[in-house]
Design a protein around this ligand. Structure first.
Ligand SMILES: *Cc1c(COP(=O)(O)O)cnc(C)c1O
Length: 394
């Protein structure tokens, strides 16, 4: 059972210690805003890492309901889990791109999952699985245009393309995608961006000249989707933006891009007590009460994904007012100095939300902890129940 609280956001389920509320209406709205922005290219909803902590199956279903015809995951296991949940090939193409030797190639083929190939070892394993299953593969060849991570180096690209085309001529696979990934699209104007655009164009020209007729050429992650139209090609692959956070926070917040954060994290005060001045707080006594005060115990810790780096800095909102973590974040709990305020035990503590009502955001937590919002939302632990609101799918 839930009620509305004073800030207008959905309140914590009765009796819950902590909860991550996932606003699926916001997710669909974000996809609509992205679709409007890119007008033309298809949209791949990136749902790797359990949809950045939001719940992969629920978010994937909602994204498909909102019109996304592509889903993206890192690992093949993540892709297979979506198929196992009933998201069939008739409803969405799924691409997974992070393969290791011995991976579930045969299962991926049987489940009609598109696979990314960055090197000849992967092509060899894939072709063995094709011969074993009798199912031909849908392949996206990935070129390293400068990120220096996954993807085939440009000097190895001709060989990879030629080998894939030979397998295609034998009916073993179809090269349906040509793709790459940016290093610094979140820093518009970074010299690597133009270099990668040029390198990608050259890789496409080679492959197409050799006879590849891709369904989709794709390069853009969230920052490129929002800031770099010339990178959109046939398909864009937003992750973070779909979850309503800005991938370019120094340029603009979510609202500047028509986005709204999907996840809020709430906990319930487990104890409120008065303490004298000079009282050490939490492990190592890295905070000492400056005078007589009140302390509130928040029952979430680093095992729930509240970073230990938030010690003495992470912001929370209680009853409309901001406080900061006092002392170390422990595994299961942290303390805030309430400065004499006496909210009742059980009062809601908002760690982060949309920001639309003046509450802290995942972006604020990222800044407080010296990291990015991606890491904050992705690491919210499995001990925190997800509560879904606003969904149109079951
Ligand atoms: C994670 C990922 C994305 C999405 O990145 P965002 O910055 O969250 O939009 C796109 N493509 C690849 C290859 C990725 O690994």
């Amino acid at each position: 059972m839930t009620t509305a609280n004073t800030t207008g956001t959905a309140a914590l389920t009765t009796g819950a210690r902590a909860e991550a509320t996932i606003d699926l209406g916001a997710l669909r709205d974000n996809l609509a805003a992205l679709r409007e922005r890119v007008a033309g290219p298809e949209l791949m909803a990136v749902v790797k890492a359990d949809a950045y902590g939001h719940g992969a199956v629920r978010c994937a279903r909602e994204a498909v309901a909102a019109g996304a015809r592509w889903l993206g995951t890192a690992t093949p296991e993540e892709a297979l889990a979506l198929r196992a949940a009933g998201i069939g090939p008739d409803r969405a193409r799924i691409l997974c791109w992070l393969w290791t030797p011995g991976g579930p190639w045969q299962e991926a083929l049987r489940q009609r999952i598109d696979v990314s190939v960055s090197g000849r070892w992967a092509l060899a394993e894939l072709l063995a699985a094709v011969r074993e299953t009798g199912v031909s593969a849908r392949v996206h060849l990935k070129v390293d245009t400068g990120l220096g991570r996954n993807g085939c180096q440009p000097h190895d690209w001709p060989d990879l393309v030629d080998e894939a085309l030979r397998a295609q001529a034998e009916g073993l696979l179809e090269v349906v995608g040509l793709w790459s990934h940016f290093a610094a699209a979140d820093e518009p104007g970074h010299p690597s961006i133009q270099a990668q655009l040029d390198s990608f164009a050259a890789a496409l020209a080679f492959a197409e000249g050799a006879g590849v007729r891709p369904e989709v050429r794709h390069l853009a992650n969230s920052p490129a989707t929002l800031t770099l139209p010339q990178s959109h090609y046939d398909l864009v692959r937003p992750g973070l933006a779909m979850y309503g956070l800005s991938p370019v926070p120094d340029l603009g917040g979510p609202a500047d891009y028509g986005l709204r954060p999907v996840m809020s994290l709430t906990a319930r005060l487990a104890l409120v007590k008065s303490a004298p001045g000079g009282h050490g707080v939490s492990y190592g006594h890295h905070y000492t009460t400056p005078g007589p005060t009140t302390l509130g115990l928040v029952p979430v810790g680093y095992a729930d994904g509240v970073p230990r780096h938030a010690s003495n800095t992470g912001p929370v909102q209680i009853g409309g007012k901001w406080y900061r973590v006092a002392g170390r974040v422990a595994m299961d709990q942290f303390v805030v100095d309430l400065g004499g305020d006496t909210p009742g035990v059980g009062t809601e503590v908002l760690l982060f939300g949309s920001g639309e009502h003046g509450e802290p955001t995942a972006e604020d937590w990222g800044r407080a902890c010296g990291t990015i919002s991606y890491e904050i939302i992705t690491r919210i632990g499995s001990r925190v129940p997800r509560r879904y609101v606003g969904g149109v799918t079951a």
